[in-house]
Design a protein around this ligand. Structure first.
Ligand code: PMP
Length: 361
């Protein structure tokens, strides 16, 4: 950026770098927690058909309220939800942004427990919301009393928790969420981008929505639904929260193409979600294999695994890239995060790891 433009930029944005994982052209890309499986052919064909019908009407603006899509998302979620308690946007990132535009903003604060999804503080900054870095325990777990004490000390307008947490992978324990909900004076946003990958026995925060007006659960079609390129995220909350978001959403924010594609995809939810069990198997395979290599591995309810015990995580990341495997350096010294891919991709990663560890890194 030239000096002249920098001088015009909002002071609080000067010197910042844009968010983004490296998009390197290597054979095995396991760095952004995408679903490696392409859409099944019959699903792709139906989406194409739905899009071609919409194309003829693109002279008109789309349904501003995306009501049909919201009803479909509510039906997918269950828990007695209907369209009034569901809102959709271009990825859950836009959902998070709208939440902070409405409930955060200048003079307000948001708190999250680091390390968590790195976009939470970035979206806070872009909406002028002051960010409070909450702390986790040394093993990345959250202790209910410690979490509640931090919330009580700061009284943030918005609290973010991720379940399962990115980058650590573990789902929130119910007693932690209960403590957070009790302590928080404002909105509690549970980011459930990876909920569909949770191990058996993990309850979604959706089960707690009834009667809790300040609880918001965010979801995405980017991960389990293998639909990251379409950009569809959503939330479930009290209808009053959905009403509040109407004040900040741009009119017609979800294109007719996006709405049609998402609805056609949801009509095939079963087929799209059929990759989830296989991905969970690859995730568990990674956990077992890396544990066998003597590494520290965080229990995962997601489609990725955080592993540590690496003397030089940068060097390991680099050696993996040299072997054609891209994973994620999440900025935690000694730790790296890998997405569970197809059986072949996961195998390529594990073989590369064997070689890297054998080489003494
Ligand atoms: N929340 C979490 C925890 C994530 O990891 C991601 C994607 N990396 C998102 C939200 C945003 O996903 P999207 O905007 O694709 O829905």
């Amino acid at each position: 950026m030239t000096g002249e433009i920098t001088a015009l930029l909002r002071a609080d944005l000067r010197g910042k770098s844009p968010y983004g994982a490296p998009q390197l052209d290597v054979p095995v890309r396991l760095n952004t927690n995408e679903n490696s499986h392409p859409l099944p052919e019959p699903v792709a064909a139906d989406i194409e058909k739905a899009l071609s019908e919409v194309v003829r009407g693109l002279n008109r603006y789309p349904d501003r309220d995306a009501l049909a899509l919201r009803a479909d998302l509510a039906a997918y979620l269950g828990h007695g939800l209907d369209a009034t308690g569901v809102w959709a946007a271009n990825g859950s990132n836009e959902i998070l942004q709208q939440l902070l535009q409405a409930f955060g903003g200048p003079g307000r604060t948001a708190l999250g427990f680091t390390p968590a999804y790195s976009m939470h503080p970035i979206i806070a900054a872009s909406t002028g919301t002051a960010w409070i870095d909450g702390r986790r325990e040394a093993d990345f777990d959250l202790d209910p009393a410690h979490a509640a004490a931090q919330i009580a000390a700061h009284r943030p307008d918005v609290v973010f928790v991720c379940s399962p947490n990115n980058p650590t992978g573990t789902a929130l324990r119910p007693e932690v969420l209960a403590a957070v909900l009790d302590a928080a004076p404002g909105l509690v946003v549970v980011d459930e981008a990876y909920a569909e990958f949770a191990r058996a026995g993990t309850d979604s925060a959706l089960t707690l929505l009834d009667g809790r007006r300040r609880l918001v659960v965010t979801r995405t079609m980017s991960k389990a639904f293998a639909f990251a390129g379409a950009r569809v995220g959503y939330l479930a909350a009290d209808p009053a929260v959905v009403d509040a978001l109407q004040l900040v959403r741009l009119p017609y924010h979800l294109s007719a193409l996006t709405q049609a594609a998402a609805r056609a995809a949801l009509a095939h939810a079963g087929a799209l979600l059929s990759t989830v069990d296989g991905i969970k198997r690859q995730r568990d395979r990674i956990v077992t294999h890396l544990t066998g290599l003597g590494l520290r591995v965080v229990p995962s309810d997601a489609n990725f695994v955080l592993f540590g015990g690496l003397a030089d995580s940068r060097a390991v990341w680099r050696s993996l890239v040299d072997r054609g495997v891209l994973i994620r350096d999440v900025g935690l010294d000694g730790w790296l995060r890998v997405t569970a891919g197809t059986e072949e991709e996961t195998g390529a990663f594990l073989t590369a790891m064997d070689a890297v560890i054998a080489a003494g890194q």
